[in-house]
Every structure is written in structure tokens, then in C-alpha cells.
Design a protein around this ligand. Structure first.
Ligand code: GUN
Ligand code: ZN
Length: 455
């Protein structure tokens, strides 16, 4: 088995040099590609380019090598992508990945709530959070929108781990004042005070941002959802994350709990929870009115195909969402999802959409794991692309590191075919390095990257 080298709080080779230039094949997006189109002008492919990193940001992209005062790293023939952004994931659910035998509501009671209760212990929360963020980096994910648990210190633990690694994380205390085990329930007054303190402590500090995080409609009273809406009005930079319309039993339960609401989504709308930085996971069982509402609000759906398959939730309608103007981002949804790899998530997204009659392009998939979540979070000037001025959150990948993948790449017809094959084969060993703000935070141990100067 391949050993993994995590470069955590302190880079093994000392602090990152101020000026580093990477040579390789750059791929990112200047806009959203049209759904299903193999040819899209929004795809920006810059093969054999130098990407210059100065003080953690992308300073320039050029064909000429920089001067001798730059540390140079030759990744010639390799793919340089923006770091993936996981649009929906749970930091307290590593213990339940692959937990057998249940659909959503059962799965929460049987597996997930017990795992989240263990986060009552701050030492456990700290250790699991460190494991979680390192696992993101090993998968090429450099930023994420994260659910910790109801415990305020679970948010501290996650942000602490992110700050130590320089990562952009968006997260918030999970709100749950009913229909959960007593050890995981909060109340409106205390949860408002806890969120206010966390916003004060973390929102806008380093690369952390706070997300108001009602778990889902069944576990919050009307009073708590109204409080969540009030919190959002404190600062337009706050995000909102929740789950919506994932499972048919869940949808029926919400209709019983909120008989006056037109739909599940309407519960959130009534409480002022839908806005430009709102990302709602799943949205499988929405209708046209819901989609129009999301589009009007500028809210996004996090499509979590691995989770939707594993929990048997259903097939998300990406085409319908896109037709209504709703932004779609990808989420791993670990632990309902079975992998933190956004590459595997892209592959699963393709297969789910194929079942639903929609053929996604490799561009749709990569865009939904990079630029789309950056935009949905209002962070597209900072992450999600290889634009000059953006933070140097990026990953270097081999196109193939195993014989079958090498063969597949050798016969690929064009760039789209290469990328699509690369997504589908999803070999973790292809990741050469993950950089956050220019600093190497993961490097494959056997990497023999030719370099000049110090890197
Ligand atoms: N709905 C409410 N909580 C959860 C959760 O933890 N995971 C998933 N997939 N759906 C949820
Ligand atoms: Zn989830």
C-alpha cells in the first residue's frame, strides 16, 4: 500500500518559499460550461505554462520561465487543477462511512447520531477534525463547506485544524432542538448565543467563515428556524447550509410537521433561509415551484451522488435544476457518501445522471467541484480557479499512474476524453501534491519531482 505523507501544521521542509513557480498543464474555467457540451469556450487549458506563486497567491501565468529568484518546480506533463471544493460534507461522520443497511432516517438514528455524540469530548473532536482535514488534502480537496456537530467546540476544533493548515473552510454549529437524542439537542436561546459567540470568534478570521447550519427541518422547531433566519441578517457574508428533500419518508415527515408549508423547501423560505450563500444538500424531491424559488434566491443545490446511491435516496434532477437556473455544486456528503474523493464523486455524478437520462460532460463535473462551489459561497475571487490574484490552492495530478489508466490515456482522442477517462478511473495515487496558499500540505511520498532552487 502506498504510504501517505501529510504535511500538516509545519511543512516538513520549513516554511514555503515566498516565490515559487510550478510548470505544468493548467486547467480551469472562466465561466460555466453549457450542460452536456463536449466543446465549451469557458474551459481554459494552458498546457506547458508556468504558474507563479507569490506570498500564497497566484501572481502570474506565463509560458516563459521566471527569473532565478523563483524556486521552480517542474511538473511537465502533469495536470494542475484548482483544489477541489467539497460543497457538502460532515467532519464528524468519518466513523460511519459504509455503515450498512439503512435509509436516511434509520441511518441517522442507528449510526450517525451515536457517532456525533462522541464529539461531546473535546479531545475526540480535535483528533477527528485533524484526521478529517488531512483526509481532504490527501483527496485533493483544499476547501469545504462542512457540518461539524451541535457542540460549539466541534466548530472550534474544525476551524483550528483548518487554520493550522491555512485552509479555507466554511462551517457552523449544527442546530437541532428536537427529534434528536437528548445529548444532541440544543435550545433556541442557547444555540443563538453559541452561534453569536462563534461568529464573533471565527467569521472572517484567517480563512474561516461561518455558516448558519440548521441540520434539516425535522430537527428544528419553527422558533429555531426563525432564529437561524435572524442570525443570517447579522452579516451578508454568512453562509447557510442545510439538507432538503433527500428521502421520500423524510419529505412525508416534513409535510406532517409543517402542515402550513407549501413544500419542504418552503419551510426554509418562510424563515428567510434562502439567499445567495445558501447551499442545500440533495434536493432530489423538489418541484418546479421550488426550483424557481431557489433560482430567484440565488441559492445552490449540493448534489451528493455517492450518498444518494448509498442511502438509496433517489436520482437528483441536474437537468431540471440547470433549466431553472439553479446552481449545482458537488458534495461528498461523507459519511452518507462513501468517499471524500471529489474525483470519485464526479464519477458517481456522471453515473447517476446517466440513469436519469442526462449525459454530463467532464467539464460539467470538474466545474461543479471547483468554480461552481466557489461562486455559490461568494468566494470565487479567492478559490476555485487558477486566476491571477486568487489564492494558490491547487493540486498537481498525474494523468495516470497505473498501467490500465496509462493505456486509457494513450488512446484518448482529445482533452475532454482524457479528462473524462481520468475522472472515471479515479486513482488516489495520481495525486502528486496539494498546495494551500502555495504551501505543500500533502505530497506523494515517492514523488521525484524535478526541481531547481528550493521547493
Ligand atoms: N439529513 C439530516 N442529517 C443528515 C446527514 O447527516 N446526512 C445526510 N445525508 N442527510 C441528512
Ligand atoms: Zn449531509
Amino acid at each position: 500500500m502506498r504510504r501517505m505523507a501529510i504535511i500538516g501544521a509545519e511543512p516538513a521542509a520549513g516554511p514555503a518559499p515566498r516565490r515559487t513557480a510550478l510548470f505544468g498543464d493548467l486547467l480551469d474555467f472562466t465561466g460555466m460550461p453549457p450542460l452536456g457540451a463536449g466543446d465549451a469556450p469557458q474551459v481554459r487549458h494552458r498546457p506547458a505554462h508556468w504558474l507563479l506563486i507569490e506570498d500564497g497567491r497566484i501572481a502570474a501565468v506565463q509560458t516563459e520561465p521566471p527569473g532565478s529568484d523563483w524556486a521552480r518546480v517542474d511538473h511537465g506533463g502533469r495536470l494542475i487543477l484548482p483544489g477541489f471544493i467539497d460543497g457538502h460534507v460532515h467532519s464528524a461522520q468519518l466513523d460511519v462511512i459504509g455503515a450498512w443497511g439503512a435509509q436516511l432516517l434509520d441511518w441517522l438514528d442507528t449510526h450517525t447520531f451515536p457517532a456525533e455524540q462522541r464529539f461531546a469530548d473535546p479531545a475526540h473532536a480535535a483528533a477527528q477534525s485533524a484526521l478529517f482535514v488531512d483526509a481532504l488534502l490527501v483527496a485533493g480537496t483544499t476547501a469545504a463547506l462542512v457540518f461539524p456537530t451541535v457542540h460549539p467546540h466541534s466548530v472550534d476544533a474544525l476551524f483550528d485544524a483548518g487554520v493550522q493548515r491555512g485552509m479555507r473552510l466554511v462551517a457552523g454549529k449544527v442546530l437541532m432542538d428536537r427529534h434528536a437524542p437528548a445529548a444532541l439537542r440544543d435550545d433556541v436561546v442557547q444555540s443563538e448565543a453559541d452561534c453569536a459567540a462563534l461568529i464573533e470568534r471565527w467569521h472572517g478570521r484567517d480563512r474561516c467563515a461561518f455558516a448558519v447550519t440548521p441540520r434539516f427541518a425535522p430537527t428544528s422547531s419553527d422558533a429555531q428556524l426563525a432564529m437561524a433566519g435572524r442570525l443570517l441578517q447579522r452579516d451578508s457574508g454568512l453562509a447557510m447550509q442545510t439538507h432538503v428533500a433527500e428521502n421520500r419518508d423524510e419529505v412525508r415527515w416534513v409535510a406532517e410537521l409543517f402542515p402550513d408549508a407549501r413544500s419542504y423547501l418552503d419551510v426554509y423560505h418562510r424563515h428567510g433561509l434562502l439567499g445567495e450563500r445558501s447551499i442545500l444538500a440533495h434536493g432530489i424531491w423538489l418541484d418546479d415551484v421550488d426550483r424557481a424559488l431557489l433560482s430567484e434566491a440565488g441559492a445552490a443545490i449540493a448534489f451528493c451522488p455517492s450518498s444518494n446511491l448509498f442511502l438509496g435516496s433517489g436520482l437528483f434532477g441536474w437537468r431540471e435544476a440547470a433549466a431553472a437556473g439553479v446552481a449545482v455544486v458537488l458534495g461528498s456528503d461523507v459519511g452518507g457518501g462513501t468517499s471524500l474523493s471529489m474525483r470519485r464523486t464526479m464519477g458517481d455524478a456522471y453515473k447517476v445522471q446517466a440513469m436519469a437520462g442526462t449525459r454530463l460532460s467532464a467539464w460539467d463535473l470538474l466545474h461543479a467541484a471547483t468554480r461552481a462551489p466557489a461562486r455559490a459561497l461568494g468566494l470565487d475571487r479567492e478559490i476555485g480557479s487558477l486566476e491571477v490574484g486568487a489564492m494558490a490552492d491547487l493540486c498537481v495530478w498525474d494523468w495516470a499512474s497505473q498501467p490500465v489508466a496509462r493505456r486509457r490515456q494513450a488512446v484518448a482522442r482529445d482533452l475532454h476524453d482524457r479528462l473524462f477517462g481520468w475522472i472515471t478511473l479515479a486513482d488516489e495515487g495520481d495525486l502528486v501534491e496539494s498546495r494551500v496558499a502555495g504551501a505543500v500540505r500533502y505530497r506523494r511520498p515517492d514523488n521525484r519531482t524535478p526541481c531547481t532552487g528550493s521547493n
